[in-house]
Write a protein of this length. Structure first.
Length: 231
């Protein structure tokens, strides 16, 4: 190999060996390590959940909220809301008539859970017979919000009733319906209920010196439309 060829070969070999070192220096791979005290402190990437919606008012002494509804800070169904009003119903069919009026007062002792006192009077006529039913019920109910102005509810009334010609008895009245908020604090409530009432009738001598009380059961279907106001 000539002296000129050796010179060219040596030059190319030195350039090939030097190029990676230059590239590594440019990318920082061959730079000395950063001192520990200069490194940024580790930060957790577990973000905090945003706060959930909550009522902006505390229950006052006595557990009753004032000025619920539009313009206030508490909506229908919140704990402490009180509503007062009533409902009425009218049913007609062949040989059947049912007219009833039911004043009521309700109090939400927990969110969407209400306890109501319902008094009712109904006049029922079937064929040539008629009867008047008086009742007083305590009804717990759950109100499911579909949006801010519409609720569905399910309740179970328990109490006593008095039927003319049959006397007093135990009353059970399941009820289902909906609540529609109207105006600033009004609540329109269509509902369907079925009231069962048991009555003790005249005692019968069984012949063994004991009297047996017979129990009669009466029932009444009610389709009512109610209106209450929130307080």
């Amino acid at each position: 190999m000539s002296t000129f060829s050796k010179t060219i070969f040596t030059t190319l070999f030195v350039a090939a060996m030097a190029t990676p070192a230059i590239a590594d220096d440019e990318t920082g791979k061959t730079a000395p390590p950063t001192p520990d005290e200069s490194l940024p402190k580790p930060v957790s990437d577990n973000d905090t959940q945003p706060a959930v919606a909550s009522p902006d008012v505390a229950l006052p002494p006595g557990g009753v909220v004032e000025q619920a509804g539009v313009g206030g800070v508490v909506g229908y169904g919140r704990a402490g809301v009180l509503e007062l009003g009533g409902s009425a119903g009218l049913m007609f069919a062949s040989d059947y008539r049912n007219i009833n009026i039911s004043p009521s007062i309700g109090w939400f002792f927990a969110d969407n859970v209400e306890l109501s006192l319902i008094a009712g009077v109904s006049n029922i006529k079937t064929g040539d017979q008629s009867a008047t039913v008086w009742s007083g019920l305590i009804e717990p109910s759950y109100h499911l919000p579909f949006n801010r102005t519409t609720f569905g509810f399910l309740g179970m009334g328990l109490g006593a009733s008095y039927v003319s010609a049959l006397g007093a008895g135990l009353a059970v009245a399941p009820r289902i319906g909906a609540n529609f908020l109207v105006g600033r604090s009004g609540v329109l409530t269509p509902s369907l209920s079925y009231e069962y009432t048991t009555h003790d009738v005249d005692s019968v001598d069984t012949g063994d010196m004991q009297n047996t009380s017979l129990v009669s059961v009466s029932s009444a279907l009610r389709i009512n439309v109610g209106y209450t106001a929130m307080w």
